[in-house]
Ligand binder design. Structure first.
Ligand code: GLP
Length: 240
């Protein structure tokens, strides 16, 4: 894996934005796998700025997001779909028909099959953006006894529910999410993992230097041929 340590979240956002813009220029209808959470926001800010400056167009880009809450209306203020609309899609010339999202209110098995087929129909994901959880989770693949494959419905851990409960003031915090599985994520041609902050240092060490084990889902990236990892010094602080 190619690991780059950059000084700040902004520097990382700018670097990842440059890679995404290069990919879009090379392949205007490229297929991007996108992530939610705080980590990718500097990248989305940089992409919005690049579009505003007229240096990139999302007109023909297709996207697939990693995960979504279950039992929450798609347009609820806290859905991952709403997050992506606010952070990226409404800020660039994305064609709504090209936005791929897991439906947290559909039958999970049918939705999993639909999503896998839709990604295959699009020709596979060219570039998958990833964050990492403090316990080494990617998307909502929590530590487990086996690596997941296709998308599936997962019970959110108490730590995840507690971390996000504050945002849910009008409806109960969801107990489940639907997530792309590790196997499906690894089928992307290129992965870009971003981790920043002290809280991710242990997970980053396990991801890069630990054994490949489903107890640290991110360690599966060691088996992928084309992974770029962007860290700030704090997230890299435990690496040997
Ligand atoms: C959440 C998301 C992941 C995300 C991770 C880290 O659980 N399901 O996709 O990468 O937690 O989030 P953040 O980037 O806010 O630290």
């Amino acid at each position: 894996m190619n690991v780059q340590i950059l000084d700040s979240k902004t520097a990382i956002g700018s670097a990842v934005c440059g890679l995404i813009c290069d990919k879009i220029r090379e392949k205007p209808d490229c297929v991007l796998g996108l992530a939610t959470g705080a980590t990718p926001v500097p990248t989305y800010d940089a992409l919005a700025a690049a579009y505003a400056q007229g240096t990139v167009s999302f007109r023909n880009v297709r996207t697939f997001n990693l995960d979504e809450y279950c039992d929450l209306p798609k347009t609820h203020k806290n859905s991952f779909y709403t997050f992506m609309q606010a952070q990226l899609f409404s800020r660039v010339d994305m064609n709504p028909a090209n936005i791929g999202f897991l439906d947290g209110n559909a039958d999970p098995a049918a939705e999993s099959a639909r999503y896998t087929a839709a990604i295959e129909e699009a020709g596979g994901i060219d570039l998958q953006l990833l964050g990492i959880g403090r316990n080494g989770h990617i998307a909502f693949n929590e530590p487990a006894d086996a690596f997941s494959q296709e998308s599936f419905r997962v019970a959110l851990t108490e730590s995840t529910r507690i971390a996000n409960a504050g945002y849910f003031d009008d409806v109960p915090m969801p107990r489940y999410a639907i997530t792309m599985g590790v196997g499906l994520i690894l089928r992307a041609r290129q992965l870009i993992m971003i981790a920043t902050g002290e809280s991710k240092a242990a997970a980053v060490k396990a991801m890069l230097e630990g054994p490949v084990t489903p107890q640290c889902p991110a360690s599966a990236l060691q088996t992928h041929p084309d992974v770029l990892v962007f860290l700030d010094p704090a997230a890299a602080s435990l690496l040997s």
